[in-house]
Design a protein around this ligand. Structure first.
Ligand SMILES: Cc1cc2nc3c(=O)[nH]c(=O)nc-3n(C[C@H](O)[C@H](O)[C@H](O)COP(=O)(O)O)c2cc1C
Length: 199
């Protein structure tokens, strides 16, 4: 029997949906049966052997991803789980780890801190610990086999007024697609074994 894996994702403007799809293709290439769903459409995770949960940073991790974790934390604690977190900013020093969780970082995603021994406030916010602490607090018994950090995109045509103002005025974000499909697919291909999906 092929193993069944769920990729549950949240998205605001679509970039994470396409990342979820690429991950699904790589996991499926190993023979697993893969379902891809928006987090809010998933009622039960019982039928799955493994779960990959992803979402963008919208100030914090997308609230639908956080709600999914809250709803399914008991079931997820008993399965192999991986997270992927999509953002524009990411600030990691070479030695940065968080609670011994393996971290994968898309090459050239974000900037390392100016001084690793003394992080600025925004650097702390954008660090693995800054992004991950609330996620792990939400579901402490869920121990992800790995957490991947990927770049997303800025597409002003897909933003509502709040999103447009936030990106333009607060972050001053340049429009562009910063996703690295090689890194995303490479991570997903390596994830098969880590999730126990290899036949
Ligand atoms: C309202 C809003 C808030 C955001 N907050 C952050 C943030 O705090 N840090 C960051 O690095 N990126 C932030 N982003 C950028 C998104 O993470 C990025 O555009 C991502 O690709 C969006 O994913 P989606 O297309 O799946 O919604 C924000 C974007 C919006 C619209």
């Amino acid at each position: 029997m092929p193993k069944k894996v769920l990729i549950a994702y949240a998205t605001r403007s679509g970039s994470t949906a396409e990342i979820a799809q690429a991950i699904a293709e790589e996991l499926g290439a190993g023979g697993a049966e893969v379902d891809v769903h928006l987090t809010r459409d998933v009622e039960d995770v019982g039928e799955y052997d493994a779960v990959v949960l992803g979402g963008p940073v919208i100030i914090g991790w997308h609230r639908d991803a956080m709600k999914f974790l809250g709803r399914h934390k008991r079931a997820l604690a008993a399965k192999p789980v991986a997270y992927f977190i999509v953002s524009l900013e990411f600030c990691r020093s070479d030695t940065d780890q968080f609670q011994s969780i393996p971290i994968f970082q898309q090459p050239a995603h974000g900037e390392p801190p100016a001084n690793p021994n003394k992080l600025r406030m925004t650097e702390k916010h954008n660090s693995p610990a800054g992004y991950l602490a609330p996620v792990l607090k939400k579901a402490p018994a869920v121990k992800p086999v790995e957490v991947a950090f990927f770049s997303g995109y800025v597409d002003y045509s897909k933003q509502d007024l709040f999103g447009w103002l936030f990106l333009k005025l607060l972050i001053g974000a340049k429009a562009g697609d910063f996703r690295d499909w090689g890194a995303i697919r490479g991570w997903a291909a390596d994830l098969r074994a880590k999730l126990g999906l290899d036949a």
